[in-house]
Design a protein around this ligand. Structure first.
Ligand SMILES: Cc1ncc(COP(=O)(O)O)c(C=O)c1O
Length: 485
């Protein structure tokens, strides 16, 4: 039976005259409203607010919060998104009054602690990236991509070079070509070879002096480290182009290797993935970028600098591309990233990556007996299984398996990405899951593949809404309640 306290709207639970609190009788003499406010400011009718008792409100919202999946309630093996458990310690640190109650308009003399934290975070990210110049401003990975490409465009403008193209592999996240277009470049796709790596022949064929940037995700979205990256960087650099490293998959390599050391000139981090910031409802995220020294002058303004014992917000140089976000970025997420990095330290970050890779390989070794994994027996922090043969033999697509996993208490893996694998299921357990949870996931996946197509087509069976039209829900959300006629 449905819990109506959670599924009904507060407006539907409303009963006229019901209150959460009762204020004492006023002992201030009353004056007519029209003496206090001009007529235009007075509404004809009171707003139709719901009337509820405190328990109604608390139960409604508490129950509502349990209808969704989260990293606090479920294993969330959403490939490419690195949905690791967010340690509560970092949440506590970010909500300390000295952090959370700062106002960005405060004079910098009164926020020296925060500026020091951001300055130190810039240096730590530079060290992890192997790239010295940092901007903390971008608000998400995709925003970091766009910002870095704008930096690259400014750099080429300054050199007087006309570079119109950005190359992206066909396995790239959709944000890569989209960012290229938004930054004013043409996006050119490079094919993958049969091992899922960059096809070097296709790259050589399409590489010329009009190429500004090659965007590479390494490990790539198939969970494979492309060990041709050094050679790729050499080829691109020879033509005067730059290498951009999409850092969404840093969870596999941080503390082990550095993008700057394998040829990258620019990269973004996704602190809401790698450094365990929360991914709340499309944000707030962060997408700091790190770039090579020669690109530093073009970074967005402001950056945090130290002058003697003082920390200041400053413009990197007159060549800066300007602001890409209000104030200094999503500082709350950056504080969590700082705490995460300081808590783990250099050896701990390396262990995070090693355990993420170990967990993914363990799960791969179990899943490959259930669903084929076209790109091999070993992976980095994630792998991509394919439900293509299940679809062909039983008419069960990846989407049905993903939806049915919800009934078994697992958030679905990413499906239908990357586009290079048919009926893709991209599975990323992260280092924060135990062996027991990984075993339970493999067991659930196995049971799901044994079920009838009819049952699977209708799944999930245990949720309030079974199969919403997700695109329509995002593009045409109904956010306003209208009373029934
Ligand atoms: C490989 C890759 N690149 C870029 C992005 C974009 O990052 P964000 O969601 O922070 O904008 C993602 C997000 O999932 C990703 O997986």
């Amino acid at each position: 039976m449905r819990n109506t306290q959670a599924t009904k709207l507060v407006f539907e639970l409303s009963k006229p005259g019901r209150h959460g609190t009762r204020l004492p009788e006023s002992d201030v003499p009353e004056r007519p409203l029209d003496e206090l406010l001009p007529p235009a400011a007075v509404a004809d009718d009171p707003p139709p607010l719901p009337e509820l008792a405190e328990p109604d409100v608390v139960r409604h919202y508490t129950n509502l919060s349990t209808l969704n999946m989260s990293v606090d309630t479920h294993c969330y093996p959403l490939g490419s998104c690195t949905m690791k458990y967010n340690a509560k310690r970092n949440e506590r640190m970010a909500s300390l009054p000295g952090m959370a109650n700062l106002h960005p308009y405060q004079a910098s003399a009164t926020i020296q602690g925060m500026l020091q934290l951001l300055f130190d975070l810039q240096r730590m990210l530079a060290e992890i990236a192997g790239l010295p110049a940092v901007s903390l401003q971008p608000a998400a990975g995709a925003h970091g991509e766009l910002t870095a490409l704008m930096v690259a465009a400014a750099y080429f403008r300054e050199l007087g070079q006309r570079r119109t193209k950005v190359l992206t592999p066909d396995s790239a996240h959709g944000t890569n070509p989209a960012s290229a277009r938004m930054a004013g470049f043409d996006s050119v796709t490079i094919k993958s070879n049969t091992q899922g790596l960059v096809d070097m022949e296709d790259l050589k064929h399409k590489l010329d002096q009009e190429v500004g940037v090659f965007m590479i995700t390494n490990p790539n979205t198939l969970g494979i480290f492309d060990d041709q990256v050094g050679e790729i960087a050499e080829l691109v650099h020879k033509q005067g182009g730059l290498i951009y490293l999409d850092g969404a998959n840093m969870n596999a390599i941080m503390g082990i290797t550095r993008p700057g050391d394998f040829g990258a000139d620019m990269m973004h981090f996704n602190p809401h993935k790698t450094f365990s910031g929360p991914h709340g409802g499309g944000g707030p995220g962060a997408g700091p970028i790190c770039v090579a020294e020669r690109l530093g002058p073009y970074l967005p303004t402001p950056v945090v600098v130290r002058q003697g014992e003082r920390y200041l917000l400053a413009q990197p140089s007159p060549h800066s591309i300007g602001r890409v976000r209000s104030f200094f970025g999503n500082v709350g997420v950056l504080v969590r990233a700082y705490c995460y990095i300081r808590t783990h330290g250099p050896d701990g970050l390396r262990r995070v990556s090693e355990n993420a890779v170990l967990n993914a390989n363990y799960l791969l070794s179990r899943v490959k007996h259930i669903l084929p994994v076209p790109q091999g027996d070993r992976c980095m922090h994630e792998f991509v299984a394919s439900a293509a043969s299940l679809k062909k033999d039983k008419g069960v697509p990846a989407m049905d398996l993903a939806k049915r996993l919800i009934d078994f208490g697992f958030h679905p893996p990413t499906v239908y990405f990357p586009l290079t694998v048919q009926e893709a299921m991209m599975i990323e357990p992260t280092e924060t899951e135990s062996k027991e949870t990984l075993d339970a996931f493999a067991e659930a996946l196995f049971r799901v593949t044994e079920e009838t197509p009819e049952l699977l087509h209708e799944s999930p069976h245990t949720t309030v809404i079974s199969r919403p039209d997700e695109v329509r829900a995002a593009r045409q959300p109904i956010l306003k309640w209208s009373p029934p006629d």
